[in-house]
Design a protein around this ligand. Structure first.
Ligand SMILES: Cc1ncc(COP(=O)(O)O)c(C=O)c1O
Length: 383
Protein backbone atom coordinates (compact mmCIF):
# COMPACT_ATOMS: atom_id res chain seq x y z
CA UNK A 1 0.00 0.00 0.00
CA UNK A 2 1.15 3.54 -0.74
CA UNK A 3 -0.35 6.23 1.47
CA UNK A 4 -0.09 9.64 -0.19
CA UNK A 5 -2.98 11.32 1.66
CA UNK A 6 -1.15 12.72 4.68
CA UNK A 7 -2.73 16.16 4.43
CA UNK A 8 -6.11 14.54 5.05
CA UNK A 9 -4.77 12.72 8.07
CA UNK A 10 -1.70 10.78 9.18
CA UNK A 11 -1.37 7.39 10.80
CA UNK A 12 -0.85 7.70 14.54
CA UNK A 13 2.76 7.05 15.54
CA UNK A 14 3.22 3.79 17.46
CA UNK A 15 4.94 5.44 20.42
CA UNK A 16 2.28 8.18 20.46
CA UNK A 17 -0.42 5.51 20.59
CA UNK A 18 1.48 3.82 23.40
CA UNK A 19 1.59 7.12 25.32
CA UNK A 20 -2.14 7.56 24.73
CA UNK A 21 -2.85 4.09 26.05
CA UNK A 22 -0.53 4.38 29.05
CA UNK A 23 -1.90 7.80 30.03
CA UNK A 24 -5.49 6.55 29.74
CA UNK A 25 -4.71 3.61 31.99
CA UNK A 26 -2.49 5.31 34.57
CA UNK A 27 -3.81 8.85 34.81
CA UNK A 28 -7.48 8.32 35.34
CA UNK A 29 -8.18 11.44 37.37
CA UNK A 30 -10.01 14.51 36.16
CA UNK A 31 -7.45 17.36 36.24
CA UNK A 32 -10.05 19.53 38.00
CA UNK A 33 -10.49 17.06 40.88
CA UNK A 34 -8.98 18.11 44.20
CA UNK A 35 -7.49 14.73 45.06
CA UNK A 36 -4.10 13.26 44.17
CA UNK A 37 -5.27 11.58 40.97
CA UNK A 38 -6.62 14.86 39.70
CA UNK A 39 -3.43 16.65 40.60
CA UNK A 40 -1.29 14.05 38.81
CA UNK A 41 -3.33 14.47 35.62
CA UNK A 42 -3.07 18.27 35.98
CA UNK A 43 0.72 18.11 36.30
CA UNK A 44 0.90 15.99 33.16
CA UNK A 45 -1.23 18.47 31.22
CA UNK A 46 0.97 21.30 32.37
CA UNK A 47 4.11 19.47 31.24
CA UNK A 48 2.56 18.79 27.83
CA UNK A 49 1.68 22.44 27.41
CA UNK A 50 5.18 23.46 28.43
CA UNK A 51 6.82 21.04 25.99
CA UNK A 52 4.82 22.38 23.04
CA UNK A 53 5.34 25.98 24.13
CA UNK A 54 9.12 25.50 24.33
CA UNK A 55 9.15 23.98 20.86
CA UNK A 56 7.21 26.93 19.43
CA UNK A 57 9.13 29.52 21.43
CA UNK A 58 6.00 30.84 23.17
CA UNK A 59 4.77 30.91 26.77
CA UNK A 60 2.84 27.94 28.06
CA UNK A 61 0.03 30.27 29.17
CA UNK A 62 -0.39 31.15 25.49
CA UNK A 63 -1.42 27.63 24.46
CA UNK A 64 -4.93 26.18 24.65
CA UNK A 65 -6.05 22.69 23.78
CA UNK A 66 -9.07 22.24 21.53
CA UNK A 67 -10.68 19.39 19.61
CA UNK A 68 -8.90 20.08 16.31
CA UNK A 69 -7.98 22.62 13.66
CA UNK A 70 -11.64 23.30 12.92
CA UNK A 71 -12.40 24.25 16.51
CA UNK A 72 -9.28 26.40 16.80
CA UNK A 73 -10.26 28.30 13.63
CA UNK A 74 -13.89 28.65 14.73
CA UNK A 75 -12.81 29.86 18.13
CA UNK A 76 -10.61 32.64 16.81
CA UNK A 77 -13.13 33.94 14.30
CA UNK A 78 -16.23 33.65 16.45
CA UNK A 79 -14.43 34.55 19.67
CA UNK A 80 -13.11 37.71 18.04
CA UNK A 81 -16.52 38.53 16.60
CA UNK A 82 -18.14 38.27 20.04
CA UNK A 83 -15.33 40.10 21.86
CA UNK A 84 -14.79 42.92 19.39
CA UNK A 85 -18.35 43.49 18.18
CA UNK A 86 -18.55 46.89 19.95
CA UNK A 87 -15.49 48.07 17.99
CA UNK A 88 -16.26 46.78 14.49
CA UNK A 89 -17.93 44.14 12.36
CA UNK A 90 -15.50 43.61 9.48
CA UNK A 91 -13.69 40.34 8.92
CA UNK A 92 -11.01 39.68 6.28
CA UNK A 93 -10.09 36.19 5.07
CA UNK A 94 -8.36 35.01 1.90
CA UNK A 95 -9.92 33.16 -1.02
CA UNK A 96 -7.80 30.05 -0.35
CA UNK A 97 -8.84 29.22 3.21
CA UNK A 98 -9.93 25.88 4.61
CA UNK A 99 -13.73 25.48 4.94
CA UNK A 100 -13.37 25.77 8.74
CA UNK A 101 -12.54 29.44 8.08
CA UNK A 102 -14.72 30.17 5.03
CA UNK A 103 -17.84 28.53 6.44
CA UNK A 104 -17.34 30.23 9.81
CA UNK A 105 -16.99 33.58 8.06
CA UNK A 106 -20.20 32.83 6.11
CA UNK A 107 -22.02 32.06 9.34
CA UNK A 108 -20.82 35.32 10.86
CA UNK A 109 -21.90 37.14 7.71
CA UNK A 110 -25.41 35.76 8.17
CA UNK A 111 -25.33 37.27 11.68
CA UNK A 112 -24.56 40.75 10.36
CA UNK A 113 -20.77 40.80 10.08
CA UNK A 114 -19.19 42.01 6.87
CA UNK A 115 -16.70 39.64 5.26
CA UNK A 116 -14.09 40.68 2.67
CA UNK A 117 -12.08 38.13 0.74
CA UNK A 118 -8.50 38.82 -0.33
CA UNK A 119 -7.88 37.59 -3.89
CA UNK A 120 -4.89 35.44 -4.88
CA UNK A 121 -2.59 35.47 -7.89
CA UNK A 122 -2.71 32.81 -10.61
CA UNK A 123 -0.25 30.81 -8.50
CA UNK A 124 -2.55 31.04 -5.49
CA UNK A 125 -0.53 33.59 -3.50
CA UNK A 126 -2.46 36.09 -1.36
CA UNK A 127 -2.36 39.59 -2.84
CA UNK A 128 -0.88 41.57 0.04
CA UNK A 129 -1.51 44.98 -1.51
CA UNK A 130 -5.17 44.04 -2.01
CA UNK A 131 -5.32 43.14 1.67
CA UNK A 132 -4.12 46.58 2.66
CA UNK A 133 -6.85 48.19 0.55
CA UNK A 134 -9.53 46.09 2.26
CA UNK A 135 -8.59 47.18 5.79
CA UNK A 136 -10.90 49.77 7.32
CA UNK A 137 -11.70 51.24 10.71
CA UNK A 138 -14.25 48.47 11.40
CA UNK A 139 -11.84 45.60 10.65
CA UNK A 140 -11.50 43.34 13.68
CA UNK A 141 -9.66 40.32 12.30
CA UNK A 142 -7.56 39.11 9.38
CA UNK A 143 -7.30 35.34 9.01
CA UNK A 144 -4.98 33.67 6.52
CA UNK A 145 -3.80 30.13 5.99
CA UNK A 146 -0.03 29.45 6.05
CA UNK A 147 0.05 26.47 3.69
CA UNK A 148 -3.05 25.95 1.61
CA UNK A 149 -4.20 22.35 1.98
CA UNK A 150 -5.55 21.78 -1.53
CA UNK A 151 -2.73 22.96 -3.76
CA UNK A 152 0.12 23.45 -1.31
CA UNK A 153 0.99 27.14 -1.62
CA UNK A 154 3.09 28.82 1.07
CA UNK A 155 1.54 32.20 1.84
CA UNK A 156 3.51 35.42 2.47
CA UNK A 157 2.88 35.58 6.22
CA UNK A 158 5.88 37.85 6.88
CA UNK A 159 4.66 40.40 4.34
CA UNK A 160 1.12 40.27 5.68
CA UNK A 161 2.52 40.70 9.20
CA UNK A 162 4.42 43.76 8.05
CA UNK A 163 1.25 45.37 6.69
CA UNK A 164 -0.67 44.50 9.85
CA UNK A 165 2.01 46.02 12.07
CA UNK A 166 0.44 49.36 11.11
CA UNK A 167 -2.92 48.15 12.49
CA UNK A 168 -2.16 46.76 15.94
CA UNK A 169 -5.77 46.54 17.09
CA UNK A 170 -6.72 44.04 14.35
CA UNK A 171 -6.40 40.39 15.37
CA UNK A 172 -4.14 38.43 13.04
CA UNK A 173 -4.84 34.71 12.93
CA UNK A 174 -2.90 32.13 10.91
CA UNK A 175 -4.14 28.64 10.17
CA UNK A 176 -0.92 26.65 10.52
CA UNK A 177 -2.54 23.20 10.40
CA UNK A 178 -0.63 22.16 7.26
CA UNK A 179 2.49 24.18 8.03
CA UNK A 180 3.65 23.34 11.53
CA UNK A 181 6.79 21.24 11.42
CA UNK A 182 6.76 21.25 7.62
CA UNK A 183 8.42 24.64 7.13
CA UNK A 184 10.41 26.64 9.72
CA UNK A 185 8.25 28.13 12.47
CA UNK A 186 10.02 31.48 12.07
CA UNK A 187 8.61 31.72 8.52
CA UNK A 188 5.09 32.15 9.86
CA UNK A 189 4.95 32.61 13.64
CA UNK A 190 5.93 36.27 13.42
CA UNK A 191 5.70 38.64 16.34
CA UNK A 192 2.60 40.15 14.66
CA UNK A 193 0.67 36.87 14.65
CA UNK A 194 -1.88 36.88 17.48
CA UNK A 195 -3.38 33.41 17.03
CA UNK A 196 -2.30 30.20 15.30
CA UNK A 197 -4.20 26.93 14.82
CA UNK A 198 -2.79 23.38 14.84
CA UNK A 199 -4.22 19.87 14.64
CA UNK A 200 -2.52 16.78 16.09
CA UNK A 201 -3.82 14.22 13.60
CA UNK A 202 -1.88 15.99 10.84
CA UNK A 203 1.42 15.09 12.52
CA UNK A 204 0.94 11.49 13.66
CA UNK A 205 -0.94 12.49 16.80
CA UNK A 206 -4.41 11.27 17.81
CA UNK A 207 -7.66 12.53 16.24
CA UNK A 208 -9.66 15.13 18.13
CA UNK A 209 -6.84 17.22 19.57
CA UNK A 210 -6.12 20.73 18.39
CA UNK A 211 -3.93 23.48 19.74
CA UNK A 212 -4.50 27.19 19.69
CA UNK A 213 -1.68 29.69 20.15
CA UNK A 214 -3.20 32.81 21.68
CA UNK A 215 -0.81 35.67 22.20
CA UNK A 216 -0.85 37.13 25.70
CA UNK A 217 -2.75 40.42 25.84
CA UNK A 218 -5.18 39.64 22.99
CA UNK A 219 -8.83 39.26 23.85
CA UNK A 220 -11.04 36.40 22.71
CA UNK A 221 -14.45 35.32 24.00
CA UNK A 222 -14.74 31.65 24.94
CA UNK A 223 -16.96 29.44 22.80
CA UNK A 224 -17.34 26.68 25.36
CA UNK A 225 -18.51 27.99 28.70
CA UNK A 226 -19.03 25.81 31.73
CA UNK A 227 -16.69 24.43 34.35
CA UNK A 228 -13.86 26.87 33.67
CA UNK A 229 -11.15 24.55 32.37
CA UNK A 230 -8.25 25.87 30.28
CA UNK A 231 -7.90 28.94 32.46
CA UNK A 232 -11.63 29.58 32.13
CA UNK A 233 -11.28 29.98 28.37
CA UNK A 234 -12.48 26.58 27.16
CA UNK A 235 -14.69 24.54 29.38
CA UNK A 236 -15.01 20.74 29.17
CA UNK A 237 -13.01 18.05 30.93
CA UNK A 238 -9.54 17.97 29.41
CA UNK A 239 -8.64 15.13 27.03
CA UNK A 240 -5.60 14.14 29.09
CA UNK A 241 -4.41 11.12 27.04
CA UNK A 242 -5.05 12.97 23.79
CA UNK A 243 -3.12 16.03 24.94
CA UNK A 244 -0.20 14.13 26.46
CA UNK A 245 0.22 11.95 23.38
CA UNK A 246 -0.13 14.99 21.11
CA UNK A 247 2.73 16.65 22.98
CA UNK A 248 4.84 13.61 22.18
CA UNK A 249 3.79 13.74 18.51
CA UNK A 250 4.68 17.44 18.51
CA UNK A 251 8.17 16.72 19.86
CA UNK A 252 8.70 13.97 17.26
CA UNK A 253 7.49 16.31 14.50
CA UNK A 254 10.36 18.68 15.19
CA UNK A 255 13.08 16.02 15.46
CA UNK A 256 15.28 16.39 12.34
CA UNK A 257 12.63 18.69 10.85
CA UNK A 258 15.10 20.06 8.24
CA UNK A 259 15.98 16.59 7.02
CA UNK A 260 12.33 15.57 6.86
CA UNK A 261 11.48 18.69 4.87
CA UNK A 262 14.26 17.93 2.39
CA UNK A 263 13.14 14.31 2.07
CA UNK A 264 9.52 15.32 1.37
CA UNK A 265 10.62 17.99 -1.11
CA UNK A 266 12.80 15.50 -2.96
CA UNK A 267 9.92 13.07 -3.39
CA UNK A 268 7.44 15.81 -4.22
CA UNK A 269 9.72 17.27 -6.87
CA UNK A 270 10.53 13.83 -8.29
CA UNK A 271 6.83 13.14 -8.80
CA UNK A 272 6.18 16.66 -10.15
CA UNK A 273 9.06 16.56 -12.66
CA UNK A 274 8.23 13.11 -13.96
CA UNK A 275 4.44 13.42 -14.01
CA UNK A 276 4.78 16.71 -15.90
CA UNK A 277 6.38 14.75 -18.76
CA UNK A 278 3.14 12.82 -19.38
CA UNK A 279 1.42 14.71 -22.22
CA UNK A 280 -2.03 15.00 -20.59
CA UNK A 281 -0.91 15.99 -17.11
CA UNK A 282 -1.73 19.53 -15.96
CA UNK A 283 0.15 20.79 -12.89
CA UNK A 284 -1.77 23.00 -10.50
CA UNK A 285 0.80 23.37 -7.71
CA UNK A 286 3.02 26.43 -8.12
CA UNK A 287 6.19 26.24 -10.20
CA UNK A 288 8.04 28.79 -8.07
CA UNK A 289 10.10 26.86 -5.53
CA UNK A 290 9.88 29.41 -2.71
CA UNK A 291 6.09 29.07 -2.50
CA UNK A 292 5.84 25.28 -2.88
CA UNK A 293 4.84 23.35 0.24
CA UNK A 294 7.29 20.48 0.71
CA UNK A 295 4.59 17.83 1.02
CA UNK A 296 1.70 18.73 -1.29
CA UNK A 297 1.38 18.30 -5.04
CA UNK A 298 -1.81 18.96 -6.99
CA UNK A 299 -2.29 18.02 -10.63
CA UNK A 300 -4.74 16.37 -12.99
CA UNK A 301 -4.96 14.31 -16.16
CA UNK A 302 -6.87 16.16 -18.87
CA UNK A 303 -10.37 14.79 -19.42
CA UNK A 304 -10.33 12.52 -16.32
CA UNK A 305 -12.30 13.60 -13.31
CA UNK A 306 -10.28 13.62 -10.10
CA UNK A 307 -12.49 11.07 -8.35
CA UNK A 308 -12.13 8.61 -11.26
CA UNK A 309 -8.35 8.83 -10.95
CA UNK A 310 -8.51 8.54 -7.14
CA UNK A 311 -10.48 5.29 -7.41
CA UNK A 312 -8.33 3.93 -10.24
CA UNK A 313 -5.26 4.52 -8.05
CA UNK A 314 -7.04 2.99 -5.08
CA UNK A 315 -7.58 -0.20 -7.14
CA UNK A 316 -3.77 -0.37 -7.23
CA UNK A 317 -3.53 0.24 -3.46
CA UNK A 318 -2.40 3.86 -3.84
CA UNK A 319 -4.29 6.39 -1.71
CA UNK A 320 -4.56 10.06 -2.68
CA UNK A 321 -7.33 12.70 -2.50
CA UNK A 322 -9.22 14.92 -4.85
CA UNK A 323 -7.80 18.15 -3.39
CA UNK A 324 -9.19 18.38 0.15
CA UNK A 325 -10.80 15.50 2.01
CA UNK A 326 -13.76 17.77 2.84
CA UNK A 327 -14.57 18.66 -0.77
CA UNK A 328 -13.92 15.10 -2.05
CA UNK A 329 -17.04 13.56 -0.60
CA UNK A 330 -19.21 16.48 -1.62
CA UNK A 331 -17.87 16.09 -5.18
CA UNK A 332 -17.02 19.80 -5.15
CA UNK A 333 -14.15 20.98 -7.28
CA UNK A 334 -11.38 22.77 -5.43
CA UNK A 335 -12.27 26.23 -4.20
CA UNK A 336 -8.57 27.09 -4.25
CA UNK A 337 -8.25 26.27 -7.95
CA UNK A 338 -11.38 28.31 -8.57
CA UNK A 339 -9.79 31.26 -6.72
CA UNK A 340 -6.65 30.83 -8.87
CA UNK A 341 -8.80 31.22 -11.99
CA UNK A 342 -8.49 27.60 -13.14
CA UNK A 343 -11.51 26.79 -15.38
CA UNK A 344 -13.99 24.39 -13.70
CA UNK A 345 -13.50 21.65 -16.31
CA UNK A 346 -9.77 21.59 -15.53
CA UNK A 347 -10.25 21.95 -11.78
CA UNK A 348 -12.49 18.87 -11.80
CA UNK A 349 -9.50 16.75 -12.85
CA UNK A 350 -7.41 17.69 -9.80
CA UNK A 351 -5.94 15.15 -7.43
CA UNK A 352 -3.73 15.87 -4.42
CA UNK A 353 -0.70 13.83 -3.46
CA UNK A 354 0.33 14.64 0.11
CA UNK A 355 3.43 13.20 1.68
CA UNK A 356 5.09 12.83 5.01
CA UNK A 357 8.60 12.00 6.06
CA UNK A 358 7.87 8.28 5.98
CA UNK A 359 7.23 8.17 2.25
CA UNK A 360 10.06 6.95 0.04
CA UNK A 361 11.42 7.53 -3.44
CA UNK A 362 10.61 3.89 -4.21
CA UNK A 363 6.94 4.64 -3.50
CA UNK A 364 7.14 7.68 -5.77
CA UNK A 365 8.58 5.50 -8.55
CA UNK A 366 5.83 2.93 -8.13
CA UNK A 367 3.24 5.71 -8.12
CA UNK A 368 4.62 7.12 -11.38
CA UNK A 369 4.54 3.70 -13.06
CA UNK A 370 0.89 3.22 -12.14
CA UNK A 371 0.04 6.83 -13.05
CA UNK A 372 1.59 6.37 -16.50
CA UNK A 373 -0.39 3.17 -17.06
CA UNK A 374 -3.63 4.91 -16.11
CA UNK A 375 -2.72 7.98 -18.15
CA UNK A 376 -2.19 5.85 -21.28
CA UNK A 377 -5.31 3.76 -20.62
CA UNK A 378 -7.49 6.84 -20.27
CA UNK A 379 -5.91 8.35 -23.38
CA UNK A 380 -6.91 5.29 -25.39
CA UNK A 381 -10.46 5.34 -24.00
CA UNK A 382 -10.86 9.05 -24.68
CA UNK A 383 -9.43 8.61 -28.17
C1 LIG B 1 -5.44 24.15 6.54
C2 LIG B 1 -6.39 23.37 7.40
N1 LIG B 1 -7.05 24.00 8.37
C3 LIG B 1 -7.90 23.36 9.19
C4 LIG B 1 -8.14 22.00 9.03
C5 LIG B 1 -9.11 21.32 9.96
O1 LIG B 1 -8.44 20.50 10.87
P1 LIG B 1 -9.21 19.36 11.70
O2 LIG B 1 -9.44 18.23 10.76
O3 LIG B 1 -8.29 19.01 12.80
O4 LIG B 1 -10.48 19.95 12.19
C6 LIG B 1 -7.49 21.30 8.00
C7 LIG B 1 -7.75 19.88 7.78
O5 LIG B 1 -7.56 19.36 6.70
C8 LIG B 1 -6.59 22.01 7.17
O6 LIG B 1 -5.92 21.39 6.19
Amino acid sequence: MIYFDNSATTAIDKSVLETYKRTSERFIGNPSSLHRLGEQAGVLLDKSREQIATQLGVKKEELFFTSGGTESNNWVLKGTAIEKRPFGNHIIISSVEHPSVTETAKQLESLGFEVSVIPVSKSGVIDVSALEKLIKAETIIVSTVVINSEVGIIQPIKEISEVLTKYPSIHYHVDAVQAVGKIPTTDWLTSRVDFASFSAHKFHGPRGVGILYWKKGCKLAPLLTGGGQENNKRSTTENTPGIVSSARAFRLLFEDADLKEKQMRRIRNYIAENAAKFPNVVMFSPETKSIQAPHILCFGIKGIRGEVLVHALEDKEIFVSTTSACSSKKKMSSSTLHAMGVPSKEAETAIRVSLDERNTLAEAEQFLIVLKQLHDKFEKING
